[in-house]
Structures are given as C-alpha cells and as structure tokens.
Unconditional design. Sequence first.
Length: 159
Amino acid sequence: MTNTTPNPAPSPASGAPASNAPTPGAPAPTIWPGLQAEDAPALIDFLVGTVGFLRTAVHEDGGRVVHAQLDWPEGGGVMLGSHDPATEGTCGTPGTASAYVVTDRVEDLYRRLTEAGVRVIAEIEDKPYGGREFAVADPEGNHWSFGSYRGEPRPGPTP
C-alpha cells in the first residue's frame, strides 16, 4: 500500500497504540462527506487543482485509491476513494453525491470555476434564507454547492 500523506499520523498498523485521544494537528470534528469515484485520481486532481481543496492524505493500494482526505481551507473536507461495489451501501454510487461547502469567497470561487470551464448547475444568487451560493458538477457528476450561508444559530437551553 502506498501512502502519499505529507505527515502520516501513527496508527495501530505502525505499532502505535490505538487511542480515542485527539491526534495532534488534526482538524476539529466536523461532518465529512464520503464518496466513491470511477477515476479517483482525476477527481482528486479536479478538487485540488481546480476547486481549491488541499490534498492532505491519499492512500493507494494496487493502483486504487483506498482513502483520500481533502481538506477545505476554511474548515471541514471530504473523504473519497476508488469505486468498490462492495461498499456502495455505505458510500454510494459514483456521481450521486452532493455537498454544501461554506466559503467566505463565493464570488471569487464562482469566477475561478466558471473561467476554468466547470459545469455550473445553479447560477450564483442570493438566497431568501440568507447567504449567496452557486452549484457546480464535478467530472464524476457529483453536485457541489458553495455558499456563504453558515446555518441558523443553535437555540439556547429551554428554561
């Protein structure tokens, strides 16, 4: 198995003890969509080189991407790998995922992606619930919405 992680963290396979303690330098817990791709290396190249995700970890085995972690510079990220029909029940079929990515740079990102010829599936617009967003399709057919809406504030405790 090939590991192209810049700084791989210790794992039980490398002899380090397993632990529930946070890994130093690891991002704060968030929701991380997981998806499979027919051509995972090409999707990784698109998401990193065109969209702007950071290539944090890519693990390959026999020419297949068994796990990749791509971080979004403003927080969170996505995990993906090469399509494996045996895991479609948990990761879905390639080209069927969708994700909403929060960014403070909606206009800049929209301009950059349209200039790169990325297929826009929803034009940039202000939303009635707040924020500004647009959506594109990646080469596999997954839908990526990018917007400034960060969700509603959590309600406080009930007295």
